[in-house]
Design a protein. Structure first.
Length: 288
C-alpha cells in the first residue's frame, strides 16, 4: 500500500508538471507565433520558462495593480495596462483582451494574501477556468471549478465538476476564496448565490465577483445572446448586491464607485448593448 501511494504521488506530480508546461506553452507559443518565431524556438522559450515562472512572490506583487476597490472598468488605458501586467506575470491572456482587467484584479486579491494553501472555488468556471489556470501556475494546489456545463474531470491541481452554482455539494466552510467572474449577469438568483457563498466560505474568506455593467438606461426586453436573456447591472442593482451581501455577513472591500467612464465593450452579436456597457469588479470578505 505505501508503494502504491508513492506511485500515485509521483504520477500526480508528473501530471501537475505536464499541465504547467502546457499552460506556459500555450502562452509562449501563441506569443512567439504572432512574432513569426518558429516552433523549435518557441519550445526552447517554454523550457526556459520553467525556471522563470511563477515569479517569486515579491516580484509578482510588483506587477499587480493597486486600487482594487469596487468599481467599473472606466478607461481603455486600463485594458492595455492589465494586458501588459498579465504578460509580465507570465500568464496566458484572456481571449477577450478587455477581460484581463477584472480577471487580473481577482488574481491580484488572491495572490496578495500570499497563502498558496488556500482552497479556491470558481463558480461558473465553464470547462476551462482562466483564473484557476493562472493560480495553478503560481503554485496553488487546491483549485475547484464548477458549472452546469463542466464535465467531471481533473487537470493538474484543478478539479472540475458539474454543479448548480446556487446549491453546490462542497462542504460548509470548505473555501478560503470563491470567485464568480462574468457569471451573475446570466440570470443567477442573487439571494440564493450569496447564501451559498456564505455557506462555502470560512470566516475571513473572500468572495470576488465581476459582471457586465452600464450607467445607461437600456431596454433589454426580449434581448438574448447564446446563453439566454441578456442582463446588465446598473448602479442601483450593484447597490442591491452589496446590500444582499451585507445581510449575509459580508463586508465590501473598499469604497464603491459606480461611475462609468469612456469604455464601451464591443459585442456586435448583441446590437442592443454593443458599445454601451463595461465591466464591474467587486470583492467582499465574510466577517461572521
Amino acid at each position: 500500500m505505501p508503494q502504491q501511494r508513492l506511485t500515485d504521488r509521483v504520477l500526480a506530480l508528473l501530471q501537475d508538471y505536464a499541465y504547467n508546461t502546457f499552460l506556459r506553452a500555450r502562452f509562449i507559443g501563441s506569443q512567439k507565433r504572432a512574432q513569426g518565431w518558429g516552433t523549435l524556438r518557441a519550445m526552447w522559450e517554454v523550457l526556459q520558462a520553467q525556471t522563470h515562472y511563477p515569479l517569486a512572490h515579491a516580484s509578482a506583487v510588483n506587477q499587480l495593480p493597486g486600487g482594487l476597490s469596487p468599481r467599473p472598468l472606466q478607461t481603455t488605458a486600463e485594458i492595455e495596462d492589465a494586458y501588459k501586467r498579465v504578460i509580465a506575470l507570465g500568464l496566458t491572456p484572456h481571449k477577450a483582451r478587455e477581460k484581463n482587467w477584472d480577471f487580473l484584479h481577482a488574481f491580484s486579491l488572491v495572490v496578495q494574501r500570499n497563502r498558496r494553501q488556500d482552497v479556491v472555488i470558481d463558480l461558473g468556471s465553464g470547462t476551462s477556468s482562466v483564473i484557476l489556470d493562472w493560480l495553478h501556475l503560481y503554485g496553488y494546489t487546491q483549485l475547484y471549478g464548477c458549472d452546469l456545463i463542466a464535465p467531471d474531470m481533473r487537470r493538474g491541481h484543478i478539479q472540475y465538476s458539474r454543479q448548480d452554482l446556487e446549491k453546490t455539494f462542497y462542504a460548509e466552510g470548505f473555501a478560503d476564496v470563491v470567485t464568480c467572474l462574468s457569471v451573475i449577469e446570466h440570470g443567477v438568483n442573487l439571494p440564493n448565490l450569496i447564501k451559498e457563498c456564505r455557506r462555502l466560505l470560512k470566516t475571513g474568506g473572500l468572495l470576488i465577483v465581476s459582471t457586465d455593467y452600464t450607467c445607461q438606461t437600456i431596454d433589454l426586453t426580449g434581448v438574448r445572446d447564446e446563453l439566454g436573456a441578456v442582463h446588465l447591472f446598473t448602479p442601483s442593482t450593484m447597490e442591491d448586491l452589496v446590500y444582499l451581501a451585507s445581510q449575509q455577513g459580508f463586508i465590501s472591500l473598499g469604497r464603491a464607485d459606480y461611475t462609468c467612464g469612456d469604455v464601451g465593450i464591443h459585442r456586435p452579436n448583441v446590437p442592443a448593448i454593443d458599445g454601451r456597457y463595461t465591466f464591474y469588479f467587486a470583492a467582499f470578505q465574510r466577517s461572521t
